[in-house]
Design a protein around this ligand. Structure first.
Ligand SMILES: *Cc1c(COP(=O)(O)O)cnc(C)c1O
Length: 380
């Protein structure tokens, strides 16, 4: 891991705010995923952090990729197009799935020459795919319980299990091939029962499809949602993996290819944000620190990801509960209303936040003229 003294040194050399990505941690997280889910190919969900250097490291570790927009597709494709052997025409879809169930016509048209593997969950999309990307392979996205996830996705995406086979047969009738099923149990899912229910729902759809004469499905994509260890209440990954392995082994034959789309799990613990105190005040009796990074920037997850990040000081001293605000003029720019920090920190002192690699820098803006934090890659 990056040591505190290394962080301080980087901040001194390069200034703040910094977003420090540890590539050893990326490799470690990927290895953990593979070790505990050996039958599952990990398609890194690029939206969690689309930095090309992260894509490169995970590719070299053996990962494939889940993209959900043309720019994400290009980030991955640019990097991997020269890397793969050309013996197999369809190599690219061992490496990329386009996992956004809703795609613009232009996007489909652009993807078609690559013979993409894409997800869908409704009839309109079948018509669009037929017209603009007839060479695509399909995976039907199922709606599954997202109970207790930090960020739920089931209200926006997924076909109801009851209409799944109708949607598969409709795609077949349109001349398309449905290669399998996908789902997402919700991001940062600490309720492992969601995976059990989703895998069982998928197995039922496989069975019903077979019963109604559709036998071309050979892949199951178990999506993302694997929780990062933000706090000690999150049960270890190996516990979840054991449950997933058990259900897959019980319900799916060996020839079914199993994919997953981990985003957060691979990158969350691989980055640290370092910021500087630029202001200090007492408001209604409460100590407030103003830092040079905030919710329009690296701490965007406070708003968009429902994630709470802890701030830590490099020095020790008697602490109190403080507010920490970002640098912009917007009152929404609140990093935390309750952080336990030393009361004697001074302007120019540094703070850091660990486990901030996912859904953070990825949605940084230039709001109010403040640019995103500078990215530093270490152990690359
Ligand atoms: C966001 C997303 C992911 C990644 O989810 P995590 O919870 O970060 O693992 C995977 N698949 C799809 C379709 C997504 O939208």
């Amino acid at each position: 891991m990056v040591t505190r003294s290394a962080l301080k040194k980087l901040a001194k050399e390069l200034g703040t705010p910094l977003f420090v990505v540890d590539h050893d941690a990326l490799r470690r997280n990927y290895a953990t995923f593979k070790k505990h889910l050996p039958r599952v190919q990990a398609y890194y969900a690029v939206k969690a952090n689309s930095d090309p250097a992260i894509v490169k490291t995970l590719y070299e570790a053996g990962a494939s990729f889940d993209v959900a927009s043309m720019p994400e597709f290009k980030v991955v494709h640019e990097y991997i197009k020269g890397m793969e052997p050309k013996q197999r025409q369809d190599w690219i879809w061992d490496k990329i799935i386009y996992a956004n169930p809703i795609k613009a016509n232009e996007t489909l048209r652009e993807l078609d020459p690559y013979k993409p593997l894409v997800t869908y969950d409704n009839y309109e999309e079948i018509r669009k795919i037929k017209k603009y990307a007839p060479h695509a392979g399909l995976a039907l996205r199922l709606r599954v319980p997202n109970t207790g996830a930090m960020a739920e996705l089931s209200s926006k995406f997924g076909a109801a299990p009851g209409e799944a086979v109708d949607l598969i047969l409709a795609a077949e009738k349109a001349g398309l091939v449905v290669e399998g099923l996908s789902f997402h149990v919700g991001s940062q899912t600490t309720n492992f029962e969601n995976y059990v229910q989703a895998i069982n729902l998928a197995a039922n759809v496989f069975r019903e499809a077979k019963g109604r004469g559709y036998t071309k499905m050979n892949l199951l994509d178990i999506g993302g949602g694997f929780p990062a260890p933000y706090d000690p209440t999150v049960k270890p990954f190996r516990v979840l993996a054991k449950i997933i392995n058990r259900e897959i082994h019980r319900l799916f034959p060996k020839n079914i290819q199993i994919l997953a789309e981990p985003g957060r799990f691979l990158v969350a613990t691989a980055a640290v944000a370092v910021s500087k105190i630029i202001g200090k005040a007492v408001r209604d009796g409460k100590l407030c620190y103003y830092i040079d990074d905030g919710v329009y920037h690296t701490f965007s997850g406070v708003i968009f990801d429902h994630c709470h990040y802890h701030l830590k000081a490099f020095s020790k001293g008697p602490t109190q509960i403080c507010s920490v605000f970002g640098p912009t003029c917007d009152a929404l720019d609140v990093v935390s209303m309750a952080e336990e920090l030393p009361a004697d920190l001074e302007l120019g002192d540094l703070l850091y936040s660990e486990n901030i690699g996912a859904y953070s820098h990825a949605s940084s803006t230039y709001f109010n003229g403040f640019p995103p934090a500078r990215v530093v890659h270490i152990n690359q």
